[in-house]
Design a protein around this ligand. Structure first.
Ligand SMILES: NC(=O)c1ccc[n+]([C@@H]2O[C@H](COP(=O)([O-])OP(=O)(O)OC[C@H]3O[C@@H](n4cnc5c(N)ncnc54)[C@H](O)[C@@H]3O)[C@@H](O)[C@H]2O)c1
Length: 449
């Protein structure tokens, strides 16, 4: 099968590489020439475990190509996947202008091809997270250019559920694949290309396009709700002297609840959860439904991002001038270089505005952070270098290498052995034995012995 991916970011690149791995001929397009040049030159702009190996293999085998020329990308293709950005607008709704603009460009090229007798049936599959009704809008756009649905093209919705940091693994072995499609022909072809990914029996769930679009928002908002719930439980634990570690274990072992997504922290971030909860809330509002829970999720998450800051100002006072704060972790979560809506970045900006000097380290997200924060902060070459003469350490991302550090070395490097842990990486009683003061989320605080 010949597959085109439009938008070669986190989702598009993983999709392209994984389809190539299954033997398809894949061409990935991006508007960003620089990105395309890098990808053609062997350089990947995102960090994902396992990506480099299959990218290199499929490049070598000649199954994976990159271009910024749309006509070249679609001439011979059977299926076009859209993996384009759908950021939040000011009012919280999803901005689908790129998806619609690219659909128009495709429609124009398809109809020119049809006139020249150089065109065959294609499926346009939307992978971007988009409001309910967007597939229907894409179909209308193609029809406006004289193309006939079911004959020249079909449109399908195929929301993506991969997690950054586990993206290759998730794409290669998904829990399920959701396809919103009404054409039996398109359904058959899409099942064919996805069958190799569900050999272990996980389902390909076929439904109407609107339900598929809704499934993505419902899933992300539900996951955001779980995180928010455990964050509030953690806050209450602090208030009344319980320990959230015990509580979440006690809760999560109930099979109706399960243990996943019950880790308290600094609030959810990233390019998906905040924007998708906002978009679903806005969609509900536009349809005349007051989805109260979503608004609470957003409000609680906003407050949660300030929890560590509050702990710090309780300790140091409001003015953080002359304090040197080390920050471990800049990515919005571990195993990615993505810093979009990162709780770490939010905290850093607040600390800087209160006068603190920040020296930060992240195993993969230093470059992406430099693009955002530039000279606002200092950057350390490794996790220990960040600690030199530090008045406190903040742990903001749960990278594995932060889990078992050399505490003795840390204590020697820091002026003040003080840790604010937004990710609950350490056992409070153990860390206090090393002589640290330790503040974490929803657990008893430990003073130095
Ligand atoms: N990142 C995730 O974990 C994830 C997971 C599931 C779904 N999604 C959804 O998938 C979509 C893409 O997300 P992403 O994280 O891959 O975004 P991204 O910003 O990493 O990638 C989008 C890419 O599209 C390119 N682009 C922008 N305009 C273009 C145009 N007109 N023509 C061609 N290319 C263009 C950009 O240069 C960029 O490389 C979003 O709707 C997102 O909500 C993301």
């Amino acid at each position: 099968m010949r597959i085109t991916i439009i938008g070669t970011g986190y989702v598009g690149l993983i999709t392209g590489v994984c389809f190539a791995e299954m033997g398809n001929q894949v061409i990935c397009l991006d508007i960003d020439d620089d990105k395309v040049k890098k990808l053609n030159g062997g350089n990947i702009h995102i960090y994902e475990p396992g990506l480099n190996i299959i990218y290199s293999r499929n490049r070598k085998e000649g199954r994976l190509h990159f271009t910024s020329n749309l006509a070249d990308a679609i001439t011979k293709t059977d299926i076009v996947f859209l993996a384009l950005p759908t950021p939040s607008k000011e009012d919280g709704s999803a901005d689908i202008s790129t998806v619609l603009a690219v659909s128009s460009s495709l429609a124009k090229l398809f109809s020119e091809g049809k006139k020249n007798g150089d065109f065959k049936y294609k499926i346009v599959v939307n992978k971007s997270t988009v409001p309910v009704g967007t597939s229907a809008r894409i179909k209308e756009i193609l029809e406006e250019f004289g193309l006939v649905s079911g004959e020249d093209f079909d449109v399908a919705s195929n929301p993506e559920f991969l997690r950054e940091g586990h993206a290759v693994e998730d794409f290669m072995r998904p829990d399920r694949i959701v396809i919103g499609v009404s054409s039996p022909k398109a359904e058959k072809i899409l099942k064919e290309i996805y069958n190799p990914f569900v050999r272990s029996g996980n389902p390909i769930i076929v439904m109407d396009e609107k339900s598929a679009e809704m499934t993505k928002y419902a899933s992300n908002s539900y996951l955001a709700a779980r995180i928010t719930f455990i964050n509030e439980i953690a806050n209450l634990c602090e208030q009344i002297g319980a320990n959230v570690d015990h509580v979440r274990y006690g809760m999560g072992t109930d099979r109706r609840i399960g243990t996943k997504f019950l880790y308290p922290g600094m609030g959810f971030g990233g390019s998906c959860f905040p924007k998708d909860v906002r978009a679903l809330s806005s969609m509900a509002e536009q349809s005349g439904y007051d989805f109260q829970m979503l608004n609470s999720i957003l409000n609680v998450n906003r407050l949660q991002r300030t929890r560590i800051l509050k702990k710090m100002t309780n300790y140091f006072g409001e003015n953080l001038k002359d304090l040197r704060i080390a920050v471990w972790g800049l990515a919005f979560k571990a195993n990615t270089n993505d810093v979009r809506e990162s709780p770490s970045h939010y905290l850093i900006r607040e600390l800087v505005s209160k006068g603190a000097t920040i020296i930060a380290f992240d195993p993969e997200a230093l470059e992406t952070t430099k693009q955002e924060l530039g000279t606002l902060i200092e950057y350390a070459e490794d996790q220990y270098a960040a600690l030199e003469r530090a008045d406190a350490l903040v742990i903001a991302t749960e990278w594995n290498e932060f889990r078992r550090p050399d505490f003795k070395k840390m204590k020697k490097l820091m002026i003040n052995p003080l840790i604010f842990d937004g990710r609950n990486l350490y056992e409070p009683n153990i860390i206090s034995q090393y002589g640290f003061e330790y503040f974490s989320m929803g657990r008893p605080e430990m003073s130095r012995k």
